[in-house]
Design a protein around this ligand. Structure first.
Ligand code: HEM
Length: 598
């Protein structure tokens, strides 16, 4: 029997397009839910197997559940990276390690303390070149040609190339750079740079020709963070890069701040047609750096090095310091015609790429140091008792007081390093505020990390925040000083008080007579500068920058911070030392010699 097309029976058999869509959506949702349930069951089983595993049994960290295969955990990772990593590495209240998937790419997050210690001691692990490539390309705008030497180098950063690598010694860009940084900021060069910095920051903070903060009177600052932060930027840039860069480009420091604000867009790879601002300021900064190159190439002479007016040591008024001269000698492509284009006969990159590299170095050193300095200062100024204790320690143990002469550099950075309370505040600031995802990789062979294994070429992540908040390690004095709060004395071990010190009382030796600053027992737990061969080479200069600036601020200024609403900017997670969201208004007063402490 034939069915008429326009009959009611026929139309009841016809499926409307809308019904197709509904069925398709239903199938997709069902598939997503099935995948999530399956991956959750798999994850839990793996965790149970982990708990039952014999000691020494080595396995891959289990995959953290995701809704959609391939896409994996990308949405949670991008929206709130810090929160997601915490969730992915906590199982039944215990820190652990997991594999996550981001658009088909597998990453391994390791968070147990013992595993972090092993990572930091492992000679085959160093920062992955893919990280450098990502940072230099997307954050600092290095052209593709400049990235090639990084991509080609799988030899690691240590003096001995990684087993399995065949990179020629002169092409080992990772090692050559790391060695140069190390030389720049240790030994006599570190002493000279520290002296230059303390000299310049004293000048920046104590001489205020525009009288923005006149002596004696209270002045309201719209944002104390940016006012004092700019002084630190200027002093640190001059210490490393010399005075010419800023003299030629008076807007450079302001541009660097604007760039810093835009970095969260760049790190998420949001294209320039959607957010043109950060790309524009980045190009402007690179052009300013190249203008400085041209000027310094023209005027620098070997006998410019070491002039007393520029701070002596390795300083010169054009390139600033030996590390910058070294980078220009060794990194820039050498050509027969003497410029940086034409027939190549050595070096790694042209001026355009080098200006992206230098922008990265400028930002990395300046942004982290400013944030750490201002966070440490604001913790001290917020607590009048602590402020008084820090002032007294500086006066009694360092002879640095309100009455110290301002006409010369009065800060002795080596003595600052010996002040237990100041150093404890410094270490506690970094514990509380450094938010970095450390990355490690082994290009040639799988790496054994105790109970876990990291496959070759895969990337391992360590979140400093989780390590810095590990209840199993850190001392809270029985819960009196929770780990999400600032406890100025956390890093002081007092022989008279068995419950003192940074690590839980049951795991520390007490051997001295006087209270002292200590990071003993914190392997894999206090890692603001990373660890192992790739640890931050600027950490010693950074400590001097932070301690000397805070010493001057607390001694020579009074400050009332006018807001309690300091909210951590989660949008910036992973970009170094966390800084507050929004401005920090403050009432500031220059203290005058001879006046009584408040
Ligand atoms: C509070 C301030 C600072 C913090 C928290 C910090 C932290 C870090 C971290 C976590 C790394 C990566 C380490 C790794 O890959 O394992 C790093 C690398 C680096 N830091 Fe710092 N840093 C600070 C200040 C400085 C300063 C002042 C300088 C320069 C004087 C500097 C120069 C560098 C350089 C050049 C690298 C790359 C090292 C390499 O390629 O071998 N940092 N820093």
């Amino acid at each position: 029997m034939a069915l008429a097309v326009n009959s009611p029976a026929f139309s009841s058999l016809v499926v409307e397009p809308r019904q197709y869509y509904i069925a398709a959506v239903f199938i997709v949702v069902a598939a997503i839910l099935i995948h999530h349930t399956w991956s959750t069951i798999h994850y839990r089983r793996a965790r149970r197997r982990e708990a039952a595993a014999e000691p020494g049994g080595e396995q891959l960290p289990p995959a953290y559940p995701a809704f959609i295969p391939y896409v994996g955990n990308i949405a949670s990772f991008v929206i709130d990276t810090g929160k997601f990593i915490r969730q992915a590495t906590l199982y039944h209240g215990r820190l652990t390690s997991s594999k996550i998937t981001l658009l088909g790419r597998h990453l391994y997050i390791f968070q147990e303390r013992e595993t972090i210690s092993r990572i930091m001691r492992h000679q085959d692990l160093s920062s992955p070149m893919s990280l450098y490539n990502f940072g230099l390309r997307y954050l600092f705008g290095m052209p593709k040609a400049g990235l090639v030497p990084y991509a080609d180098d799988d030899s690691g950063l240590s003096a001995k190339p990684l087993p399995g690598s065949n990179v020629a010694p002169e092409k080992r860009i990772d090692h050559l750079l790391h060695r140069a940084y190390h030389k720049a900021w240790t030994g006599s060069n570190l002493d000279a740079a520290s002296r230059r910095f303390t000299h310049m920051i004293t000048a920046q903070l104590l001489y205020d020709p525009a009288e923005i903060i006149p002596g004696g009177a209270w002045t309201q600052l719209d944002d104390m963070f940016s006012y004092f932060g700019k002084a630190v930027s200027t002093a640190l840039i001059q210490t490393i890069f010399g005075p010419a860069l800023l003299q030629l480009n008076p807007g450079f420091v302001d541009d660097l701040w604007v760039f810093d604000d835009g970095l969260p867009w760049l790190v998420r790879k949001v294209p320039s047609f959607l957010v043109p601002g950060p790309y524009r300021v980045r190009s402007r900064l690179q052009a300013q750096i190249r203008r400085w190159y041209a000027y310094s190439r023209q005027w620098f002479r070997e006998d410019s090095i070491g002039s007393v007016a520029d701070g002596g040591g390795d300083a010169d008024p054009f390139w600033g310091s030996e590390i910058i001269r070294h980078l220009h000698r060794e990194m820039l492509i050498k050509t027969k015609s003497g410029g940086d284009r034409g027939n190549k006969s050595g070096g790694f990159m042209d001026s355009e790429s080098l200006s992206a590299h230098d922008l990265g170095m400028l930002w990395g050193s300046v942004s982290n140091s400013i944030s750490a300095t201002m966070m440490m200062a604001s913790h001290i100024f917020r607590d009048p008792v602590l402020l008084q204790r820090v002032r007294s320690e500086l006066e009694e143990q360092h002879d640095f007081s309100l009455d110290s002469p301002e006409t010369e550099t009065t800060i002795d950075f080596k003595r600052l390093w010996k002040l237990p309370l100041l150093c404890s505040c410094y270490a506690e600031t970094l514990r509380l505020h450094v938010e970095v995802l450390l990355m490690f990789s082994s290009p040639h062979s799988d790496v054994s990390l105790g109970k876990w294994r990291l496959p070759r070429t895969k990337i391992a992540l360590v979140n400093t925040v989780i390590a810095h908040m590990d209840e199993a390690v850190w001392n809270t004095k029985g819960g009196l000083y929770p780990l999400n709060t600032f406890w100025a004395d956390r890093f002081i071990v007092d022989p008279a008080d068995p419950s003192s010190g940074p690590v839980r009382p049951e795991c520390k030796p007490i051997i001295r007579k006087k209270p002292w600053f200590s990071t003993d027992g914190l392997d894999g737990s206090w890692i603001p500068y990373g660890g192992g061969p790739s640890m931050c080479p600027g950490r010693f200069l950074s400590k001097t920058v932070i301690l000397s600036t805070v010493a001057i601020l607390v001694t020579k200024f009074d400050m009332d911070i006018l807001t309690d609403q300091v909210v951590r900017d989660t949008w910036r997670f992973g970009l170094g030392v966390a800084r507050p969201k929004g401005k920090i208004p403050a009432r500031v007063r220059r203290r005058e010699a001879g006046e009584n402490p408040r």
